[in-house]
Design a binder for this molecule. Structure first.
Ligand code: PAF
Length: 279
């Protein structure tokens, strides 16, 4: 069932029973099996699962990207039906940001100005605004975010902690194609040839992780960037970071993470890979 207004969604949640746990997956649509895995995870935690489909204008720094973002609510709703009975919340911009809406502004610090934050100015301010607003509407007990957007997940966790929000964030594994390519709505825009080319990202990261026991983070970073630079992709950044602070590291630490962004033609892809275990 698709709900267009906050009131109608809240009414439905109330009618389904006040004490039921609510799991929430915010999305911008263009759903794929990565999203379905989040829905399946949500049903392990909650009796009511809400999926929002809202292309958030505040998190795009290029008007063109916002215009070109794929929108096909019918296909999204049909795909969601395969995962169970979910409540779909597909609000208008006015519902999410009514007139007089005031942006929340959180001092995110370096966590939001490096990597994605450096190349997509204002992006994370847009993300925290929409997620906070959606949390206020849905009032979930749990919310599910893919680890593919590693930096986004850290920022949402930071927001929840800083604002002391009453929701538990559940990080969910990256879902990959058989080739290793991380599932993403952007993959829709890749040709078959692009998809073959794009596999170099996960291959390079995997090789990096295999070398982590003998090479320094700096050298692993060099290996990964050399592999990607020899391919048809255009590397934007590769960083090996502390999984908590997201700051670059010189010395290995538990859970060190390699984060990468590269262009395959016009399509910007991101991925990440854990380089060292937490033990
Ligand atoms: O990851 C996304 O799809 C978006 O950034 C999110 C969390 C739905 C906010 O618009």
């Amino acid at each position: 069932m698709v709900f267009r207004t906050a009131e109608s969604l809240q009414e439905q949640i109330k009618n389904l029973g006040g004490n039921k746990k609510v799991g929430f997956i915010p999305t911008m649509g263009a759903l794929h099996h990565g999203h379905i895995s989040l829905v399946e995870k949500a049903f392990e935690y909650a009796e009511i699962v809400v999926v929002s489909i809202f292309v958030n204008p505040k998190q795009f720094n290029k008007e063109e990207d916002l215009k070109e973002y794929p929108r096909n609510i019918e296909a999204d709703v049909n795909l969601l039906k395969t995962a169970g009975k979910v409540l779909v919340f597909a609000p208008s911009v006015e519902q999410v940001y009514p007139s007089g809406y005031e942006n929340i502004s959180l001092e995110l610090g370096s966590i939001a100005t490096i990597m994605e934050g450096k190349y997509r100015e204002g992006h994370f301010d847009g993300v925290i605004n929409v997620v906070k607003r959606l949390f206020d509407i849905v009032k979930p007990d749990f919310s599910f975010f893919g680890l593919k957007d590693f930096q986004q997940l850290s920022i949402i966790e930071f927001m929840v902690e800083t604002l002391d929000l009453d929701v538990q964030i559940i990080p969910c594994e990256i879902i990959r194609e058989k080739t290793g390519l991380a599932s993403s709505s952007r993959n829709e825009r890749l040709s078959e040839q692009d998809k073959e080319d794009a596999v170099v990202i996960s291959k390079a990261l995997k090789i990096g992780a295999e070398l982590a026991s003998i090479f320094s983070p700096k050298d692993v970073k060099k290996v990964i960037s050399n592999i990607v630079n020899m391919s048809n992709l255009k590397l934007e950044y590769i960083e090996i970071v502390d999984p908590k602070t997201l700051l670059s590291i010189d010395v290995w630490m538990p859970g060190a993470q390699a984060c990468i962004a590269a262009y395959c033609g016009e399509v910007r892809l991101i991925d990440n890979w854990q380089m060292t275990s937490f033990e």
